[in-house]
Design a protein around this ligand. Structure first.
Ligand code: HEC
Length: 261
């Protein structure tokens, strides 16, 4: 008990001496480097989800510029930094370690960043294909034929007509069961495989006019998609396209979304 108290007293003595003799606590260079390193770690690893690399680099430029500006505004700080990194100066032991590691680690970090930025990778970039984009204006405002408006009132004769059109035209890629596993599907993977319409993220999440647009214009000529999905405007009449869409939804067992939802 007594020993502990004594220790505590000694510690505060230490602090007092430091304050009295004006020993600087943390060299400014360490703070500057700390800010920069922390900002980077914060953006890349602490914030969830982490910032994308390009955005991080963008912000890092401002943070670097800010720190440099702050340093160069004050001659004393410039001097401090120069001194800190000039190996002639004797800093207390722990700072010496920090000093050496900064001089070694920072260039290494930059080098590894540059390396990974220019490294050639063979994996296609993840964000290359974005299946759902803002459609053209006419798609949002277009009128859906009366018989196709309400999925609960779709007549089976239209759906049956749609089935024939689907089997003639869509099965090779999207498959008999609308699951994206047609006989041609395995050959088409880039930039996207034929859609599995049963999957939650596909037509079930799309308004029917959006799907109409995709069937009509396809993905080959459309700059937005550049996919293997053919446009059917020449091949099928408007009624054919509505019917095949009705069948596709029915076969997949899902319903279109409405724009308002
Ligand atoms: C040559 C193969 C091929 C044929 C034939 C084909 N598609 Fe596609 N389709 C694709 C591919 C690949 C995609 C995924 C890329 C895209 O969205 O552009 C796709 C996407 C779609 C989408 C968009 C789905 C979404 O979630 O965004 C719809 C709707 C669609 N097809 C309907 C049809 C219909 C209806 C037919 C028949 C009239 C048909 N497709 C025939 C290859 C094909």
């Amino acid at each position: 008990m007594d020993e502990k108290m004594e220790e505590k007293n000694n510690q505060s003595e230490d602090v007092k001496i430091k304050e009295a003799t004006g020993v600087k606590s943390i060299p400014f260079a360490v703070i500057a480097v700390g800010i920069i390193v922390f900002a980077y770690i914060f953006m890349r690893y602490i914030v969830q989800p982490p910032f994308p690399a390009t955005l991080t680099n963008f912000f890092m430029m401002f943070i670097l510029a800010g720190v440099l500006l702050h340093i160069t505004l004050d001659e004393k700080k410039i001097e401090d930094i120069m001194l800190f990194f000039s190996f002639t100066k004797k800093e207390p032991m722990p700072w010496d370690i920090v000093r050496y590691s900064v001089v070694v680690i920072v260039p290494l970090l930059i080098a590894s960043n540059v390396y990974s930025a220019y490294k050639v990778t063979y994996a296609p970039p993840a964000e290359l294909f974005s299946p759902h984009v803002t459609p053209p204006e006419w798609v949002v405002n277009m009128k859906v034929p009366e018989y196709a408006v309400d999925p609960n009132k779709w007549e089976s004769k239209y759906i049956e007509e749609g089935r024939l059109i689907y089997e003639d035209n869509c099965v090779p890629c999207h498959g008999k069961d609308a699951d994206g596993k047609g006989p041609m599907a395995s050959a088409i993977t880039y930039p996207a495989s034929p859609t599995n319409f049963k999957e939650a993220g596909t037509i079930a999440q799309l308004p029917i006019t959006y799907v109409y647009w995709r069937v009509k214009d396809g993905g080959i000529t459309d700059k937005q998609f550049k996919s293997a999905m053919p446009g059917w405007e020449e091949e099928l009449s408007e009624d054919d396209m509505w019917r095949v869409i009705m069948y596709t939804y029915t076969k997949a067992g899902v319903k279109p979304r409405t724009w308002a939802e």
